[in-house]
Write a protein that binds this ligand. Structure first.
Ligand SMILES: *Cc1c(COP(=O)(O)O)cnc(C)c1O
Length: 379
């Protein structure tokens, strides 16, 4: 049996007619950049995320970059985030000329630990503290970071809060949605995300009218009006085609999320039945709405061997992320040592993402668990 990590072709077959209709309209109109399709999507996403406004941008990475620009962050500033994330979170901080600083994760949720965040800040000199401008919590794998204490710390130190919600559209924390809690929320429409375009795309949400206007200007080279540049922005525009595709898919998102959640609870049952819930660690679900962008298990023993064994059995799994940010070669200038963030380093060595996409069949789920059980019985 084959169980790929993700199969977008099956999903496409279910929405093909809707997609082809809007795409053809755009081809007939030959109007490709921004425009009414993007404006419609912005309204839909703002409403879906329980936020005030949204600004469509070229990718999730650019959503982070343009948000940092809108906050006026640059050289000399410090921005705090987690070392256990996709590169873009830390990369965008460095690209804007600011210095990334890291706070370790909660080993159970893999999200930034509010305790580590606070202790990082209190250990800094007052000169350094005055340079911290922002914090970027990442809602990793589809579950929100513990936002209440994070927002409290941010208020205390006057930090601009950028939620990296690239993996978390529709995820909830105490009734609030990902992207609606900080100053801005950044989303990605990379094809493999829960709500993916047919190429690159992203969006920024905010409650602030002022930020909304700044983001819109920065997205188009800082021009307002056309050919008059008040600030230096960039080309961070979203295509009409991608916006139209995402609008169609958004109508199906809740039903896909339910299927991911059903698969996750099916995994829990199967692992329990197989009697290996003590060998592997199941993802911790807090009281929040987890949307399972990824179903990541903890694998204390022989992770890399299991990864290979499953591959040979026709099962696609992935290691997110094998090297934490503080140990990336490009960040060696930050002078972090191995051992600086034990929880992140442990997670990098002992986790594995299993297939959890909505269209998985009961047989496929059972096959994945059966193979993992077989691997540990052979030992
Ligand atoms: C995917 C992702 C991004 C970047 O999004 P792109 O659209 O690929 O640029 C940023 N942060 C996290 C946590 C992501 O998973």
């Amino acid at each position: 049996m084959k169980v790929p990590l993700l199969d977008l072709k099956i999903q496409y077959q279910t929405i093909k007619n809707e997609i082809l209709k809007v795409v053809e309209e755009i081809f007939e109109n030959q109007s490709f950049i921004l425009g009414p399709r993007v404006e419609t999507l912005e309204k839909e996403i703002a409403a879906y995320c329980l936020s005030g406004y949204a600004v469509g941008v070229s990718s999730g990475s650019d959503a982070l970059l343009v948000s940092l620009m809108a906050a006026g962050i640059g050289p000399g500033d410090i921005v705090i985030t987690t070392p256990y994330t996709f590169f873009a979170t830390a990369g965008s901080i460095a690209r804007i000329g600011a210095r990334p600083a890291f706070a370790d994760i909660d080993p159970d949720t893999y999200n930034i630990s509010p305790e580590c965040l606070e202790s990082l800040i209190t250990r800094m000199t007052s000169e350094e503290q005055s340079r911290i401008k922002s914090v970027i919590p990442v809602h990793l794998y589809g579950q929100c970071a513990d936002m209440d204490p994070i927002l409290k710390i941010a208020r205390k130190y006057n930090l601009f809060v950028i939620e990296d919600a690239a993996q978390a559209i529709g995820s909830e924390y105490k009734g609030r949605r990902a992207g609606s809690m900080g100053d801005v929320g950044c989303f990605s429409f990379f094809p493999s995300k829960n709500l993916g375009a047919f190429g690159d795309g992203g969006i920024v949400t905010t409650h602030s009218k002022d930020l909304y206007e700044r983001l819109r200007i920065l997205r188009a080279h800082g021009s307002q009006p056309k050919y008059h540049h008040l600030v230096i922005g960039g080309n961070f525009r979203l295509d009409a085609l991608q916006a139209a595709v995402v609008s169609v898919k958004l109508r199906h998102l809740d039903e896909w999320t339910k299927a991911r959640q059903r698969n996750a609870s099916e995994y829990r049952k199967l692992f329990q039945k197989a009697g290996i819930e003590r060998i592997i660690k199941l993802p911790k679900e807090t009281e929040q709405r987890h949307i399972y962008n990824q179903f990541v298990i903890g694998v204390p023993e022989r992770r890399d061997e299991l990864h290979l064994f499953l591959k040979e059995s026709g099962i696609g799994t992935e290691i997110y992320y094998p090297v934490p940010m503080h140990l990336q070669e490009c960040f060696s200038y930050l002078n972090y040592q191995k051992g600086a963030f034990p929880a992140s380093e442990y997670a990098a060595l002992h986790t594995l993402a299993l297939p959890v996409y909505p269209e998985l069949s009961a047989d496929q789920l059972a096959y994945v668990v059966e193979k993992i059980k077989a691997f540990y019985s052979e030992k």
